[in-house]
Ligand binder design. Structure first.
Ligand SMILES: NC(=O)c1ccc[n+]([C@@H]2O[C@H](COP(=O)([O-])OP(=O)(O)OC[C@H]3O[C@@H](n4cnc5c(N)ncnc54)[C@H](OP(=O)(O)O)[C@@H]3O)[C@@H](O)[C@H]2O)c1
Length: 480
């Protein structure tokens, strides 16, 4: 893209929570550091009868910590932001939207439309914009659409949404976002695996015994999320997207290159190789769901709800590399700590010169990828304790991003917004990935619907039954 060209970023749903908390800070930082190619014009769209001044005042009040040590830069950025009032569920409003966006641009521009709106408006918004030529691309000018999660509620709805979108847009115009992919530590999974000859030769079922992936949250329904959450649950809200995306990066084969479609080709093969839970005769023993005590009293939650606030599952990837290795996936609310990690446990050496370990849970070798917080990597191994005899002890080598790098980690949304403007889809989810994820999730849901809903006390590690997902001596859930 020519450095003189302008990209008009249009946020649909600009008066909402996502815009103030995540999108505006990300765009401001990238503008400030001149990380976007060319110039940026930012336009907010929502229903409220605001003008530019009222929208700017709203952002000034709601965007957290922007003034910082650069109040003048923030002021001048804010003054450049524009507002167009539009009812996205009203066909007649799109003609005016088109006119106003053209007038604001004043010349031919690239366009990015960010759908920061509820999912039932995704399609009407794209249809309205399509009908009025806002999604046309020609003469090298692009028009891209960023679609927030949730992308569908199951395979059927996700496929229908994909089909409808792809009737109006090319796949290379659609950016399905999962902000986890914008996290430095998630991108580092690829670098760690494929840049270090040390680990990749061991990255298979011969040496790896189990892989655990955890997304633990210590909060419940704060921020009035009860109504939305009750119709989704932990499996749809977190497992279908964040957990399975991390799993696909952990398990994929080396891509031919780092080009978006090469990476996505490998990720989708992993998702397609996940054994459908319904196929296992003992499938019910491979999933545990829970609900924290007090959930049914939360605002917006059905008092008879069976929605899971915790789910843990034992999955298998039926391919050459991973045959037989359990992937233990877990996510929950109201757990004692907030963290996301991948814990790879290696097998015992084939023969023990040092006698049997005292505790069969204690495998000496593991790698922990700390995705958040305290981003970093730990490597566990056993050493001989000083002194007479041959007593062994597990010790750890660790790497912390904070300690090693002076620059703070770039916020996920900032990175992803830069990629959209740059036209790089590597960190966005392709239609077939979404559908393969939902296929597995739907199958797991069918199995889960037949299992008990265990309750657990808030600020505990969820139902004890989840411990049974590990076979004897396979390890246990990490709790730190
Ligand atoms: N918030 C997060 O942290 C987060 C995280 C991940 C994904 N998401 C996803 O991001 C999207 C937005 O979430 P949010 O939390 O920002 O929602 P929100 O706070 O409820 O904001 C919704 C926005 O949509 C606008 N809107 C609603 N109906 C409209 C209509 N008919 N025409 C035009 N504008 C309309 C609202 O404008 P008015 O106020 O003017 O009506 C408001 O600006 C959702 O799909 C959500 O699932 C959010």
């Amino acid at each position: 893209m020519d450095a003189q060209q302008t990209t008009q970023i249009v946020i649909l749903g600009a008066s909402g929570d996502l815009t103030s908390r995540k999108l505006l800070p990300g765009i401001f930082k990238a503008v400030r550091q001149e990380l976007f190619p060319g110039k940026i014009q930012l336009v907010g769209v929502a229903r409220r009868p605001w003008d530019d001044d009222l929208f700017q005042a709203h952002l000034d009040e709601h965007v957290p910590d922007q003034r910082g040590d650069e109040p003048q830069a923030w002021e001048s950025f804010l003054k450049s932001v524009r507002y167009v009032r539009t009812h996205l569920d009203t066909d007649d409003d799109y003609k005016d939207l088109r006119q106003q966006l053209d007038d604001l641009a004043g010349e031919r521009v690239h366009r990015v439309f960010y759908l920061a709106i509820k999912q039932d408006l995704f399609l009407p918004a794209v249809e309205g914009m399509h009908a009025h030529g806002l999604l046309n691309q020609s003469d090298g000018y692009t028009s891209r659409v960023v679609v927030e999660k949730p992308f569908g509620n199951d395979l059927h709805s996700a496929t229908a949404l994909n089909t409808a979108l792809l009737n109006m847009l090319h796949e290379d115009q659609v950016y399905r976002i999962d902000h986890y992919l914008g996290k430095e530590t998630v991108q580092n999974i690829i670098a760690f695996r494929f840049r270090n000859a040390l680990f990749e030769p061991l990255w298979n079922n011969k040496y790896i015994e189990t892989v655990q992936i955890t997304v633990a949250e210590d909060i419940g329904m704060e921020g009035g999320r009860g109504g939305f959450y009750d119709s989704a649950g932990a499996m749809r809200d977190i497992m279908q997207n964040h957990l399975l995306q991390i799993l696909s990066l952990i398990a994929m084969e080396p891509p031919a290159s780092l080009a978006a479609n090469d990476v996505r080709n490998e990720k989708v093969k992993v998702l397609q190789s996940l054994r459908l839970p319904e196929m296992s005769p003992d499938a019910k023993n491979h999933v545990v769901r829970g609900q924290y005590k007090g959930y049914l009293d939360e605002k917006g939650v059905d008092p008879a709800s069976k929605t899971e606030t915790y789910v843990a599952a034992r999955g298998f990837i039926d391919n050459w590399r991973w045959g037989g290795v359990p992937f233990l996936l877990r996510t929950g609310k109201e757990l004692p700590k907030r963290f996301t990690s991948v814990d790879v446990q290696f097998r015992m050496p084939p023969h023990s010169l040092f006698g049997a370990p005292n505790d069969c849970f204690l495998r000496p070798n593991n790698i922990r990828l700390r995705i958040q917080p305290h981003e970093g990597i730990d490597l566990g191994f056993e050493v001989k304790k000083p002194g007479a005899g041959l007593d062994m002890q597990v010790v750890k080598m660790d790497f912390d991003y904070d300690e090693h790098f002076e620059e703070p980690l770039v916020e996920a949304y900032q990175r992803l917004l830069q990629d959209v403007v740059n036209g790089d889809q590597s960190l966005f989810i392709r239609s077939d990935e979404v559908e393969a994820s939902w296929r597995w999730i739907d199958s797991l849901r069918t199995v889960m619907d037949d299992t008990s809903v265990y309750t657990y006390d808030p600020q505990t590690w969820g139902p004890g039954a989840a411990d049974q997902l590990f076979d004897e001596c396979e390890g246990r859930w990490v709790k730190h």
